[in-house]
Design a protein around this ligand. Sequence first.
Ligand code: ASP
Ligand code: MG
Length: 455
Amino acid sequence: MQINVLKFGGTSMNDHQTWKQVLNIIEQYEYPVVVVSATARTTRQLVKIAQLAAEGKSEQAEEISNGIRERHITLIEEFLKENDSSKNALILQSCIKKIDEKISKLNKLLHYIEKSGELLPQMKDAVASIGEQISSYLLAQCGLAVNQMTQHIEARRIIKTDKEYGRANPNLFQINQHCGSLETVLENGFTPIIGGFYGEAPDKTITTLGFEGSDYTASLLGGALNAASIEIWTDVSGIYTSDPRSIADAQPIPELSYFDATEMAYFGAKVLHPSTLKPAQERNIPVLVKNIFSPKEEGSRIVRESNHDREVLALSFKGDIATVTVSAYETVMGYSFLTKVFEVLENYRLAVDAVNTTEASVTIALDNSDMLDKLSKEFIEIGNVSIENKKGIITLIGCSVNSVQVLTDRIFKAVGNVDVDLLSFSKEKRILNLVLNEDQLVESTQKIHKSLFSK
Ligand code: ASP
Ligand code: MG
């Protein structure tokens, strides 16, 4: 049995039109296992209303919760309207029943949160997962409406995790065990449809796998089922050389390695959950990123080894960066200076975007936040501190080591006389970072992209 795991994200689950598209795609496969996100915006709204409830703003929370209910009912009604079938009435009834059941559970949770006056991670997960609980059931019903043999499978039966709410770790052993039931569903000719993003802890409470966790669900299932492919279906044609919304000539990357794709996920290409590739990589299962609006296009293919001959694979960028420079007082010894700097960062659990060091000074680029004041108070103990805000960072991903010289030449030619605050290269990660003023960020990225990718 050649299984393909197909994951459809929030934009694919947007409205009745995209649901049709999703069901059409599923139909092309012999043994598909389908993982779905919540409908677009739903998870964000759920997290928001959980917070509102904790702040005692229950009226506002209820309004949004009603909105979620209405939106899903409308979606089903619209879907069924275009489908002339005697089953419609029954299906609509069962969908509304399910939606009401989940919304009433949601309201109970909100009530509990409001009473306790705080939002515990466990409660947050219970609320946040409701979008996928609803969408997976409804899509399976819509499949039945158009005579596809779809079957809803509750994710909690399969995705077993530990109790780390908010970013739970999967229990691979148990997931493997429970995946057998999916094979039975497939053998019986049905297509299992499973909500992504959430699972269940040993004490039966709901956990989530982290932001964008549906990708991770898909790859966990792909790994456990030893699937022929794990396919991430989205609204763009693959992983791009840069964000196509700002960089007009960005193009899909036909093939890339697990290693580079993982780096890209970390460095801001929002197409994949960073942990997604691990289970695929372990079993050497190709991960495809494809576009529901143009399914014939190749998209991107992520495989173990990809021998691209480009000097660089992709370019990401982000703003709202600060740079902090600490120059050691003469009394602080060189070797202990760096240790102290990094100790402070560790204490504040701050992730650093890029670093440059000399013997007695260090410049750190990191996301701007209100931590910076505290940080500088600590640094002042070891050296002179200067902080600059309104910076941006450009990251070149998948740089071949041999071409760093060529790359830097071309970068500096492309950006002209832009001031670069920091430049760092990691041979191991194949990453080249460039920090510059935020107001020059997008334009510089466009120029660099042009000079590196235009033929
Ligand atoms: N709905 C969840 C989120 O927005 C999970 C996902 O879509 O991957 O993070
Ligand atoms: Mg996604």
